[in-house]
Design a protein around this ligand. Structure first.
Ligand SMILES: [Zn+2]
Length: 87
């Protein structure tokens, strides 16, 4: 993760173009599954792989902690809107 913003970066997987968008991300947490919707990410136009910003990663991590604490087998959460994604 780097803090650089602005210049378009190629997809590290396929070299395609990344553009800002929202992604729905599934996570497997041991026996549980969590899905987080509307996560701000740079999504590759070619392969569709989403790449999270550092701030978004922090928010996602805290959401996953909540999901684990709830002991739910399946958690579906929406990324909190209004959370800044860039410093
Ligand atoms: Zn790609």
């Amino acid at each position: 993760m780097t803090g650089h913003a602005g210049a378009p970066r190629p997809c590290p997987l396929c070299g395609g173009q990344l553009s800002a968008g929202l992604a729905t991300l599934p996570f497997v947490l041991g026996q549980a599954v969590a899905v987080i919707k509307q996560v701000p990410a740079e999504v590759c136009d070619a392969c569709g792989e989403p790449f999270l910003h550092g701030r978004a990663t922090d928010v996602v991590t805290s959401l996953l902690d909540k999901a684990l604490a709830s002991n739910a087998e399946v958690s579906v959460m929406t990324y909190p809107s209004g959370t800044p994604i860039a410093a």
